[in-house]
Design a protein around this ligand. Structure first.
Ligand code: GLA
Length: 406
């Protein structure tokens, strides 16, 4: 036995530093894409405990918790400008006079979960304290507060390597002994989908979203992207996502100023992408149209499908896109997206969609097999794939079906 151990240790020593340092995140926290709400898209830097408690109340009262939205997340600007005498991070006492534990308890008492935000650098993107040099200490503080989710940003990273910085925080969270979901936010710079499966439960794939359907806005070296721009950046990442490791197309902008058609298309496409669904609107004051979108359980079920497969953009023709997402029980979500502003009449010839999805080894068999069609926005059964059909897809909108065996 001793001899065997000596040999083993020797081979480890010979392999030396090339042995991979594998961070082990807390497994199993995100079997389906995480769902919740975050403060950034509607409150920006102006958040406080009264607003957050109001959001938690509204999550329950509006049936969002029942629909699966679980996390209430503080984004940037909850932090005090200085740490305490022992180096512990604290909340801004003006904004959070009752303290984080009290807020966390309030959220948990409603059956919701609590998330916070930090940054790999000494400063966040909004100029507040980050975690550099305090990673284990901050993780412990979060655990004491009862935090369930950490979003970890990439501003002021000062030459750090993403792999090292994110592994460090992943391990710090794991070491607390509390299950805390880890959401990486380094904007896809280092292609985290290629290396972060053991480190995080989700990773942002791009720069920030803004509430425009089709535009990119430059701010010097930085920019914000519209729905179509983000969609295009996620198309080629489908083989990297799955249960417990999701491509995050960014927080939702439904209810933040786009048209109802655009909001519906945005929500549908995030569900087709199996992206986390983190709401970004003020859910204390929502229109009926916004509620109908974010509470559409049939569309949410496409996002939350247990297989966790991201959709394939199968065909693009003059601004119309045909997307297929493999679902459990040999079903498919089929979404037709109109990228143009004009309503478009199209004829669906089902045989044209007879193909094999080689990433996930699934055939549609639409040339030979007949499926029942469920219209997920009209909430009604809508015939079968036996015959071709002509439909109209409004501008900047979708038609979304679930196809199941007849
Ligand atoms: C970055 C992130 C955003 C948001 C802000 C907060 O821009 O990508 O999602 O967290 O920082 O300052």
């Amino acid at each position: 036995m001793k001899k065997f151990l000596a040999v083993t240790l020797a081979s480890v020593a010979i392999l030396g530093t090339s042995l991979p340092v594998k961070a082990q995140k807390w497994e199993g926290l995100a079997p389906t894409p995480p769902m919740g709400w975050s403060s950034w898209n509607c409150f920006g830097l102006n958040l406080d405990e009264e607003k957050i408690r109001g959001i938690a109340d509204a999550m329950v009262e509006n049936g969002l918790l029942d629909a699966g939205y679980t996390y209430v997340n503080l984004d940037d600007a909850w932090q005090n400008d200085t740490r305490d005498e022992n180096g512990n991070i604290l909340p801004d006492p003006q904004k959070f006079p009752s303290g984080m534990k009290a807020l966390s308890d309030y959220i948990h008492d409603k059956g919701l979960k609590f998330g916070v935000y930090s940054d790999v650098g000494c400063m966040t993107c909004g100029g507040h304290l980050g975690s550099l040099g305090h990673e284990y200490q901050d993780a412990l503080q979060y655990a004491r507060w009862g935090v369930d989710y950490l979003k970890y940003d990439w501003c002021n990273n000062d030459g750090l390597t993403p792999k090292g910085a994110y592994k460090l925080m992943s391990e710090a969270l794991k070491a607390t002994g509390r299950p805390i979901l880890f959401s990486m936010c380094e904007w896809g710079n280092s292609e985290p989908w290629t290396w972060a499966q053991d480190v995080a439960h989700m990773w942002r794939t791009t720069n920030d979203i803004h509430a425009k359907f089709d535009s990119y806005k430059h701010y010097g070296t930085w920019g914000t992207s519209g729905i179509l721009q983000l969609l295009d950046r996620n198309v080629h990442l489908r083989s990297y996502a799955g249960p417990d490791h999701w491509n995050d197309a960014d927080m939702l902008e439904v209810g933040n100023g786009m048209s109802v058609n655009e909001d519906r298309a945005h929500f549908s496409m995030w569900c087709m992408l199996a992206s986390p669904l983190i709401l970004g609107n003020d859910i204390r004051n929502m229109s009926q149209e916004t509620k109908d979108i974010i509470l559409n359980k049939e569309v949410i079920a496409v996002d939350q499908d247990p297989l966790g497969h991201q959709a394939l953009r199968y065909l693009t023709d003059s601004g119309i896109e045909y997307w297929f997402k493999p679902l459990v029980n040999d079903e498919w979500a089929f979404c037709i997206l109109n990228r143009t502003l004009e309503p478009r009449e199209i004829t669906l010839d089902w045989k044209e969609f007879d193909f094999e999805d080689l990433t996930f080894h699934r055939k549609t068999d639409l040339g030979s097999k007949v499926y029942k069609i469920r219209d997920l926005w009209k909430h009604k059964d809508d015939g079968t794939t036996e015959k071709n059909r002509t439909i109209t897809v409004p501008g900047h909108d979708v038609v979304m079906y679930r196809l199941s065996a007849k």
